[in-house]
Design a binder for this molecule. Structure first.
Ligand code: FES
Ligand code: ZN
Ligand code: ZN
Length: 310
């Protein structure tokens, strides 16, 4: 197999793009796609301050590395979620990458902010781990970005993630979610702009990029993800992609062309949470503060049941 561009030995075949690429041209392609996506969707400019949500996985580390190669001013933020057997390792990869590249990484421990990590939270609060974790992540990442004065918060969602979310939203005709699914969401007040520069790159391309560039990342998935609907959606899309190369990219690109036909939900008036001051659609405390309250109440009950310390 030869590289379509230079005829040297190719290491990857991208059927959806009709390309076979050598290491050098795979790296060049990935970086070019990211640079073009940032410009096309006007995600941010070189003058703006960028914060990357870093998980220790291939996508976020590749994104962070590429941004710095492209000359953007990008810091990272790592949320230590408090998930046994996963958080410690993912933190090591994130800190290792930051140290090796001389980049600034902010580390936030969920347990310190919430009173418990995700493992503790799922024992106390109703709801699935991933959805509770999603609430906590969205809130903390936004708050860190806002308080740090960053212009934009980036996540490493790739084409496989985005196509799976799109399929999930389409199967239920979640019109509000469809209207809000976009590579960049503008900021408003204390809600910082969010963007996903990897959405046109497949998981395989990003993984190959990391291997070729020597980026060490955590392979394990979060243990709470086992059985998640998103995994089934990805599997179905992979089967389709195998038979019909280009399915995922066509699905996402096609959607972005018709997206404006979906009606966004009526804008809700946001107020400041009386406890933390961050925006919320609810009358009282924001969802994060309500979870925090539940954990505090639970901890108090446990202390009472076991007798207050002398
Ligand atoms: Fe949040 Fe798995 S990363 S539950
Ligand atoms: Zn080549
Ligand atoms: Zn709050």
């Amino acid at each position: 197999m030869k590289c379509t561009i230079c005829k040297k030995p190719a290491v990857i075949k991208l059927r959806h793009a009709n390309l076979k690429l050598c290491p050098e041209h795979l790296v060049a392609r990935v970086e070019k796609v990211v640079a073009e996506t940032i410009k096309k969707f006007r995600m941010f400019t070189p003058e703006e301050r960028v914060l990357v949500a870093v998980s220790g996985g291939k996508d976020s580390l590749a994104l962070w590395g590429i941004l710095n190669k492209l000359g953007y001013r990008a810091d990272g933020v790592y949320l230590d979620l408090g998930i046994a057997g996963y958080s410690g390792r993912s933190r090591e990869f994130s800190e290792g990458f930051a140290a090796a590249h001389g980049l600034k990484l902010l580390v936030v421990r969920v347990e310190e902010e919430l009173g418990a990590g995700i493992d503790g939270l799922v024992k106390v609060a109703r709801g699935k781990a991933c959805s509770l974790c999603g609430t906590v992540k969205r809130y903390l990442l936004n708050r860190v970005a806002y308080e740090g004065g960053y212009d934009v918060l980036l996540t490493g969602h790739n084409l496989d993630d985005e196509a799976a979310t799109l399929l999930g939203n389409t199967l239920c005709w979640e019109e509000g979610y469809l209207a809000r699914q976009h590579p960049v969401l503008p900021g408003e007040g204390k809600l910082v702009r969010r963007a996903k520069p990897l959405v046109f790159l497949s998981e395989r391309e990003v993984a190959a990029y990391c291997v070729i560039s020597g980026i060490a990342y955590i392979y394990e998935e979060c243990p709470h993800a086992a059985g998640a609907r998103s995994i089934t959606l990805k599997r179905v899309l992979n089967e389709l992609e195998d038979r019909y190369p280009g399915t995922k990219l066509g699905f996402l690109r096609g959607f972005l062309k018709v997206r404006e036909r979906f009606t966004p939900p009526e804008p809700v008036e946001l107020r400041d949470c009386p406890s933390c001051g961050m925006p919320t659609a609810s009358e009282g405390l924001c969802r994060f503060c309500r979870l925090k309250e539940r954990i505090t109440r639970h901890a108090l009950r446990v202390t009472e049941d076991h007798g207050a310390p002398a």
